[in-house]
Design a protein around this ligand. Structure first.
Ligand code: AMP
Length: 256
């Protein structure tokens, strides 16, 4: 399963990603974590993005895209992944589309955690105050001023992805203001019923070199009406929407 969690800072993407990791055995790919690790290790990338991150801005697309491209090639990401904090701009989303297309895979869903921004700011300010009171370390971008900046970056550069993925027919919106277990349940409900598998090689009908295109009526019957129907409907979807997104049963009902 390949998922994206979309939502402003503090919407609960990290919390929900961890729950999905535990439930589906996916890996969580958080660009924020990867960039923070680069800053901590003072790598060339880390040195480039340190100030941007401290101010609450977005790091350059080419840097983030190449980090993700490398990461999704790792063996642990083959089974599936949850992208947390990526993509954050339309060019990043387009780059992700190209990456996935090249590998013959598609997104199963983009989960938008919809939240009320004012309540969110309050929630984050409370969380910061609690962490301070407990003496826990804070992220350098965890302060109200920078948070306002990060929310602005979300509104201006990331929010357009809602329409982008709605057009691809993979967007599922859940109420991110609900209690954590309720959000988890809503996400579970919104996920497609069956995980996608990498695009299989052309189906052979027994004769060397023969492909699904040349499938005989006998082979089609063996594969069953259902599967030929599904194949024709996914062809139709691909023709209607240029994206690699799959139309799923739940997608048609859960779409906002
Ligand atoms: P996060 O932990 O996802 O809130 O990310 C923390 C910071 O890392 C953001 O405020 C950005 O400065 C940077 N960042 C993380 N992901 C991206 C991304 N996809 N594109 C640009 N900047 C990012």
């Amino acid at each position: 399963m390949r998922l994206i969690l979309l939502g402003p800072p503090g919407a609960g993407k990290g919390t929900q990603a961890l729950r999905l990791v535990a439930k589906y055995g996916l890996v969580q790919l958080s660009t924020g974590d990867m960039l923070r690790a680069a800053v901590k290790a003072a790598t060339p990338v880390g040195r480039k993005v340190k100030d941007i991150m401290e101010r609450g801005g977005l790091c350059p697309d080419d840097i983030v895209v190449s980090i993700v491209a490398e990461r999704i090639e790792q063996p642990d990401a083959r089974k599936g992944f949850i992208l947390d904090g990526f993509p954050r701009t339309v060019p990043q989303a387009a780059a992700l589309d190209r990456m996935l297309k090249k590998r013959g895979i598609a997104l199963d869903a983009v989960i938008e955690l919809r939240v009320d921004e004012d309540a969110l700011l309050q929630r984050i300010e409370n969380r910061i105050a609690e962490m301070k009171a407990r003496g826990e370390p804070l992220r350098s971008d965890d302060n109200p001023e920078v948070l306002r900046q990060r929310l602005l970056a979300y509104r201006q550069q990331t929010a357009p992805l809602v329409a982008y993925y709605r057009k691809q027919n993979v967007l599922r919106t859940v109420n991110g203001m609900a209690p954590i277990p309720d959000v988890t349940a809503a996400i579970d409900k919104a996920l497609p019923p069956e995980p996608s598998t990498p695009k299989s090689k052309p189906v052979r009908n027994g004769a060397k070199g023969a492909t699904a295109k040349a499938r005989t009526p006998r082979v089609a019957a063996r594969l069953g009406r259902k599967s030929s129907k599904r194949a024709s409907s996914s062809r139709k979807t691909a023709a209607t929407h240029k994206s690699p997104a799959r139309r799923s049963k739940s997608g048609e009902t859960a779409r906002p």
